[in-house]
Design a protein around this ligand. Structure first.
Ligand code: ADP
Ligand code: MG
Length: 460
């Protein structure tokens, strides 16, 4: 029918605009490498902030003692404690808890948010048993993983540049987030020292390095996205301090804010951005990360409903609600392997209140999920190629050398079609000769452990 033809035309046009042929991904990677260089050259030299993490030593395995970590990064935060036993014994015991952040606290005041976090931390500390040993003097040490852009002023202090991923708390911007946390901890009457402030990518890199010395970069694909890597300290013109003894410095790229004319952007992305909490910012993040993929699918479906009566003569009202279709639901539909696409049917009924869909319609929806996920995963791979290029690891490999990327985040972990596509695309981009040396390693909650490890190596 005419309606069906129109719906297919909308889908086809979207697919064409989302196309990511190899040559285009290489342009994106080149642009990423150029922006990395510019961001390292001068403060404000690029959309890529290329933040200096003050981490110039990664874990060695010799770390010993009891350490805490607190990971604030998105919808949930985690608190963990780990007892480290040095070279011989490694991680002796480890415990964690996860708490979801009440949505009202994500847009409230700084004090409310940090008081809530500190209160949960206190609850967790109170449950500490004998297999965790408080050091003589009784002062507990904490590594604070904070996954938002921070201008670090030392290993244990840094000012918030801006919120991302749905957080918007005016009075935290420009403040030292360690001081905010320290004050809240003091208000709770807890005696704990914050020894390291790290981004989750930096924590993941540290956690990855603890178990594998070939880890040189970390990438997070969760609610948002970001990457960190080990840079040669002499290749950072904007660093005016003493050169670290190790000769290395971990850089937090804040790659979510990358943008380039080579990115395949559509009208849906432009509208999503314009209506977001942070218009004009985090463009790369808005096409590849978990917070947004489902929302892009919703926007295309809405257009098909409005202009091609894709779901019948009325536009389903639920379909007009921003962010109603979450990425985990999109991923469940995409992975639906049943012959009659039962999962798609159920999701449409439960989330969008659309019943009686034909198999033909459900197939189009799976196809749409595939287009959005494929674009995201292939662009994430292009970003990784950008890092490899910057370090000269994209063409040459010495015998037996492995270059390992520690990867984490709910999107990477649970969206199999996405992560498969990401890994295939890395191999496609670097080619056969190099692909054997590139290893993508899932670092399960490496950022929390990593922050505890960095708290250990930076405690005095
Ligand atoms: P955060 O990024 O908030 O620190 P996570 O790394 O746990 O947290 O990632 C959570 C995000 O991962 C969710 O916002 C969602 O976008 C994505 N996600 C979680 N489960 C799935 C799933 N089953 N399929 C696809 N994406 C998922
Ligand atoms: Mg996280």
């Amino acid at each position: 029918s005419k309606r069906w033809g129109k719906a297919k035309a909308i889908l086809k046009e979207f697919e064409e605009k989302c196309a990511t042929p190899t040559w285009k991904l290489k342009q994106v990677a080149d642009a990423m490498a150029v922006e990395m260089q510019a961001g390292l050259a001068s403060e404000g030299g690029s959309k890529l902030k290329m933040l200096i993490s003050f981490v110039d030593n990664l874990p060695t395995g010799n770390e010993e003692g009891l350490f805490y970590a607190l990971d604030l990064g998105g919808t949930n935060f985690r608190v963990l404690r780990v007892q480290l036993g040095g070279k011989e014994n490694g991680v002796i015991s480890q415990e964690f808890t996860e708490v979801s952040i009440p949505p009202n606290l994500m847009v409230g005041t700084s004090k409310e948010l940090f008081d809530f976090i500190a209160a949960e931390l206190v609850k967790f500390v109170k449950e500490e048993k004998e297999d965790f040993q408080v050091p003589p003097g009784g002062k507990r040490q904490l590594g604070f993983t904070f996954s938002f852009p921070v201008m670090q002023t030392s290993i244990s202090s840094g000012n918030l540049i801006r919120w991302t991923k749905g957080f918007s708390i005016e009075d935290t911007v420009g403040q030292d987030v360690v001081a905010e946390l320290r004050n809240a901890i003091e208000r709770q009457g807890l005696d704990m020292h914050i020894t390291a402030l790290v981004n989750d990518t930096v924590g993941t890199l540290a956690g990855g390095r603890y178990t594998n010395k070939d880890v040189f970069a970390a990438v997070i694909l969760g609610t948002g996205t970001n990457a960190a890597y080990v840079e040669n300290a002499q290749a950072i013109p904007k660093w005016h301090g003493d050169l670290p003894e190790s000769g290395e410095m971990v850089i937090n790229m804040e790659w979510g804010n990358f943008r380039s004319s080579h990115l395949p952007l559509t009208e849906y992305d432009t509208a999503l951005d314009a209506e977001s909490l942070n218009p004009g910012e985090q463009i790369f993040e808005k096409i590849i990360s978990g917070m947004y993929l489902g929302e892009i699918v919703r926007r295309v479906l809405l257009k098909m409903a409005e202009e091609a009566w894709f779901f019948g003569e009325t536009v389903p009202s639920k379909l007009k609600v921003p962010f109603v279709l979450r990425t985990p639901d999109m991923s469940a539909m995409h992975h639906d392997s049943s012959a009659d696409l039962n999962v798609v049917k159920t999701k449409l009924t439960n989330i969008l209140e659309i019943s009686d869909t034909s198999l033909q319609v459900r197939k189009v929806i799976v196809e749409l999920c595939n287009i959005v996920a494929t674009r995201g995963a292939r662009l994430a791979a292009a970003g990784i190629l950008g890092i490899l290029k910057k370090l000269g690891k994209d063409t040459t490999v010495s015998d037996g050398q492995k270059n390992v990327i520690a990867m984490d985040g709910g999107l990477y972990e649970h969206y199999t079609e996405y992560s498969k596509c990401l890994e295939n695309t890395i191999n496609e981009l670097v080619g056969e000769d190099v692909s054997g040396s590139i290893v993508v390693e899932h670092s399960n909650d490496g950022s929390g452990i990593g922050a505890a490890l960095l708290a250990a190596s930076h405690s005095c």
